[in-house]
Design a protein around this ligand. Structure first.
Ligand code: EPS
Length: 387
């Protein structure tokens, strides 16, 4: 299974094509759009989110609510397009710099300068339009379909914000259901109301200072069978593939599985999860410090992934840069930005992780229809039980 996306942040729409979804998967459109709306929320988002009301329109591969096995095409429209239809028109427009809103002042921390040099583009708008995190709207739509596929096999996915700047949330051991219930009610996707208040105040302060702030988000996946991914080849290690997917989210600078970097501090006896067995339950681990992975494969414990997002580089507080025309230094003034998009990034991470897991699931139990996959899955579970 794979997908590609196309579209610009101020273009007419984002488009994705998913290839390799089995037939006879019943899609819940409301649940799909619920995930898109979750991504738009969060304290610290800017004015753009008041313009957009994201919904996924499916324009291929689904009939009467059920997949046919054909590629699934998804469209997410940009409502903001109305204000950009000249500047972002695919047709040539009159050679008027004002109308074109040419960007020649690269913003530190963005793709602007590297992209301009690489693609030999003198209008950096061509870079920023595609490198924008707006693209995650349609990635969430693809991930939400993967999520529904996994849910058909009892897999549950949740997420939470662990840190925003200097404010860290206290640790918890909640199940995915509880986690989702509590974080859904939070403006910053944390479990603890006191932390929520502190984070909100912190974001407001940062915003007032014309600055931005990043954070750490966590995703938990419950209900996975043992043996997704493989140790036999580097590019089949599922933890490695999840790491790639998480790092590909705009502004992410690091990934951890389980205790992650803390494993470099602790001793072996404090890190590894002891193996247990119980009739009925089968094999399990006494703890889950390794976050559900050993040898690049799921071990049946919940998968726990963390990612760190840097502060959004579009600042009201200007940073120094150089104009690509004059090579003169300047300090940028910004029109519109998010002060903090960490809660939204938490939703994005859930969906890119869902995608990688669904992909590995299909590789292991692959089939063209849900029935065929279910038979393979049940057969494997019986084999594991007898082992
Ligand atoms: C983004 C800049 C902002 C964000 C945008 C990502 O958009 P604009 O430049 O139109 O103000 O709102 O995020 C989204 C549109 C979204 O849906 O998440 C950027 O430069 O990455």
């Amino acid at each position: 299974i794979r997908y590609l996306t196309a579209g610009e942040t101020h273009g007419p729409q984002l488009t994705a094509i998913i290839e390799g979804l089995p037939s006879n998967l019943t899609l819940d459109f409301e649940a799909l759009n619920f995930q898109l709306q979750r991504r738009q929320k969060g304290h610290g988002r800017g004015r753009r989110m008041q313009i957009e009301k994201d919904t996924a329109r499916i324009v291929g591969g689904v009939r009467h609510g059920v997949t046919t096995g054909a590629p699934v095409a998804i469209v997410v429209e940009n409502k903001d397009w109305a204000s950009w239809d000249q500047i972002m028109n695919v047709e040539p427009i009159e050679d008027n710099d004002e109308a074109k809103r040419r960007v020649h002042r690269p913003r530190p921390g963005h793709a602007d300068l590297n992209g301009g040099l690489k693609y030999n583009l003198k209008d950096l708008r061509n870079v920023l339009e595609r490198s924008s995190a707006r693209e995650t709207a349609v990635r969430v739509a693809c991930g939400a379909i993967a999520r529904q596929f996994l849910e058909a096999f009892g897999v549950k996915i949740g997420g939470q914000v662990i840190r925003i700047g200097e404010i860290e949330a206290p640790a918890n051991q909640l199940s995915v259901d509880e986690l989702n219930e509590r974080t859904e009610a939070s403006s910053v996707r944390v479990v603890d109301p006191e932390t929520e208040q502190k984070m909100e105040a912190y974001i407001d302060q940062i915003k007032k200072e014309g600055d931005s702030v990043g954070g750490v988000v966590e995703c938990v996946v419950e209900g996975l069978p043992v043996g997704l991914g493989s140790y036999v080849q580097y590019d089949r290690k599922l933890d490695g593939r999840i790491a790639q997917a998480v790092m590909s989210i705009n502004a992410f600078k690091g990934v951890e599985i389980g205790i992650g970097f803390e494993a470099g501090v602790l001793r072996g006896s404090q890190v590894h999860d002891e193996i247990m067995h119980e009739n009925g339950r089968g094999f399990y681990r006494a703890s889950n410090r390794l976050g559900g992975f050993e040898g690049g494969m799921t071990n049946g414990m919940p998968v726990v992934v963390r990612g760190v997002m840097k502060p959004i580089p579009t600042l009201y507080k200007p940073l120094r840069s150089v104009d690509i025309d004059t090579k003169e230094p300047f300090t940028a003034q910004v029109e519109r930005s998010d002060a903090c998009a960490v809660p939204a990034a938490s939703v994005v991470m859930e969906h890119v992780v869902a995608w990688e897991i669904a992909k590995a699931f299909l590789e292991k139990f692959g089939g063209d229809s849900m029935d065929e996959i279910r038979a393979n899955y049940n057969n494997y579970l019986a084999q594991v039980e007898k082992y």
